[in-house]
Design a protein around this ligand. Structure first.
Ligand code: ATP
Length: 255
């Protein structure tokens, strides 16, 4: 049986039906980054500026296992981006999905990572204004994560690199919350368990503290935003977070 791979180019379907997956760079895509599991390209999809995320094989893994893991992460990423979008949690729009090449063609967010933004603000000379902006930003991050959890989505890899901030006049910071976009849902899954929600927050806390010096107060604002979303819905998760932290400290101390 011949595999049919449909490439979203302007070529006629007879030409697009190919036995092998076409290298994106040969279609004019520009490689932006290569992570542990996927490559990210910038690509013009019939004139539409987009990002293509393509999962690649890990040669050290058993091939069948690798294919299974790739397919699962690809599927979870699509499913949970869609779920978030349905519930008005900001994520890129999905334009096209290819389940054979494991490629996701999505909206290109014109902006920077929250990681870079925090670093810029921490170096700013107007520290009062920067603090105010960072407080608003962190409150909103917390609120949106609570909303994601309330809708059953666990991100699985929350870091300040996996949240983007759209380019805008951030100096007029009243709408900073509207500029956030969550990406990288490859490790996401669906769960309503407080344990899973608490671990999701703990992963973000570790990322904050290891990436940004003196960020304890910023993370406190994330927690405040999370709690403010709905005290009744978030209370159990936040008390579980204390237990998860304790476990984390014991693990660090005793291995
Ligand atoms: N929709 C998007 N718009 C703009 N930039 C994006 C978008 N999606 C991803 N990127 C950029 O590509 C980078 C890698 O994307 P992503 O985190 O989804 O892939 P990844 O390979 O899983 O990364 P890593 O292994 O480093 O976690 C992001 O840090 C971001 O800079």
């Amino acid at each position: 049986m011949t595999d049919i791979v449909v490439e979203p180019t302007a070529v006629p379907p007879t030409v697009a039906a190919a036995k092998t997956v076409v290298d994106l760079t040969s279609l004019g895509a520009m490689l932006l980054s290569q992570g542990a599991e996927a490559k990210t390209y910038r690509f013009a999809l019939n004139g539409l500026d987009c990002i293509v995320k393509e999962r690649f094989s890990k040669k050290y893994r058993h091939q069948q296992l690798d294919t299974k893991i790739q397919a699962k992460r690809h599927l979870m990423e699509i499913r949970n981006i869609n779920k978030c979008r349905k519930h008005q949690i900001p994520v890129p729009a999905l334009y096209f999905v290819d389940n054979i090449s494991n490629r996701i063609y999505m909206e290109m967010v014109d902006g920077i990572t929250v990681k870079s933004f925090i670093q810029q603000q921490q170096q700013s000379t107007n520290s009062n204004n920067s603090n105010e902006i960072l407080i608003k930003l962190c409150l909103e991050i917390g609120r949106l994560i609570a909303k994601m959890h309330d809708n059953g989505v666990i991100h699985g890899d929350l870091t300040t690199s996996n949240i983007l901030l759209k380019n805008d006049d951030i100096g007029g910071n009243s709408k900073i919350g509207e500029l956030l976009v969550f990406i990288d849902f490859g490790l996401s899954y669906v769960s309503v368990l407080v344990e899973d929600k608490a671990v999701d927050l703990y992963v973000l806390e570790r990322a904050f503290l290891s990436t940004h010096p003196d960020s304890e107060q910023m993370f406190d604002q994330v927690i405040k935003g999370y709690a403010d979303y709905s005290a009744s819905k978030t209370k159990a998760t936040l008390s579980k977070l204390d237990q998860v932290r304790l476990r984390g400290r014991k693990k660090l101390a005793f291995g």
